[in-house]
Design a protein around this ligand. Sequence first.
Ligand code: SAM
Length: 319
Amino acid sequence: MTPTSQHSDTPRSPQEPVSKQQPNDAATRHEPAELDEIPKGYQQVETREGIKIVRDGPVSFVRRELAMSPTRQRLWQDHMGTTILPVTRTFADTSVAPQSHLNVAEVWGQAGPLIVDIGVGHGESTFAGAVQHPEANFLAVEVYRPGLAKLLDRVVTEGVTNVRMVEANAPEVLDHMLAAGAAQEVWIFFSDPWQKNRYHKRRLIQSKFLDQVARVLAPGGILRLATDWSNYAAQMREVADTHPAFENLHPGRLAGPDSPLTLARLHGTDNEIPQPLTEALDEVGGWAPRFETRPVTSFESKAQRAGRYIFDLAYQKID
Ligand SMILES: C[S@@+](CC[C@H](N)C(=O)[O-])C[C@H]1O[C@@H](n2cnc3c(N)ncnc32)[C@H](O)[C@@H]1O
C-alpha cells in the first residue's frame, strides 16, 4: 500500500483551537463517576453547572470524525477484547481507569520485548515493526479509531499476530496500563506539531510526558522520536537532552552547517522566514540516523513534498 494524504480517514495535524473542531473529550462529563479519589491527571472544579472533573492540562489531540465503513465497524467489533484491548474509562472517552494494569505475557501470549508506538495514525510504523520483529510485542496507542481500524485491517489480512491496540490518551496508557520498566522501546513519530506559539503547551513531548515514558521504559530501553517541524525538533531535543532519565545516543551528530536544523532554519521551512547562517547555525547536533524500521508514512511524504527536513532522535533510558 502506498501511503497517501488523500485517504478520507487521514488524521490531520490539529492547528485550530478545540472549540472550532469536532467533539473533543478534553471536556469532561458533568457527573463525576463513583471513584474514591480523583485519578492522576484530573482535577475537580466548580462551575456554574455544578462540579466537574477535568483534565489537569490541555491534551495533545483533537478527537476527529469516528465514522467508519460498516465493514470496518464489524471488524472492530469482532476484534474488540482481543487485538483491540478493552479499556475501562473514567471521565472522558479516551481516559484510562487507574486499575487498568496490562499483563504483557498474558495479553500477547509470548514473553518478547514490548514496543509501544504512540500516536500511530494509520499504524504504518507499528505494522512495519511488527512484521520485521515477530518476536516482539507491539502496542499501538491512538485516540483516532479509524486509524487503528485501518491497522487492524492490515494485521488481520496479513495474519500478523504480535500487535495489540488501545484507543486512549497516551499519558494515561503509560500511567495506568503499563508497569514500571515494562517496555523496551517507545516510538513517537510525527507527533502533532501544534505550530502556533499559543498551542505549544499542547505538544506531547514535554518534560512531564518524558517522566511518564521514563517510568515505563526498562533500564537501557530506547525512546525514538521523529518530526518534520524544526521548531518542535529543537524542543524535543532540548527536553530530552536535559531530562535526567535519558541519554542522547548520538551526541553532537550533524552539529554545524550539515545539521537538518541549520538547513531548516536557513530555508525557513517552518514559517517561510529564512534566517541568516549566524542565527540558523545549530551547534548542538545530536540527530539520529533515520531509524531503519520506520516507513515513510503519509505525514512524512507530505513533509517531503513541502520541502521540510526530517529529524530523528534516539535516547537511552539511563539505569
Ligand atoms: C501527525 S499523526 C502521526 C501518525 C504516525 N505516527 C505517523 O508517523 O504517520 C499524530 C497522531 O498522534 C495522535 N495523538 C496525538 N496525541 C495523542 C495522545 N495523547 N494519545 C494518543 N494518540 C495521540 C493523533 O490522533 C494523530 O493520529
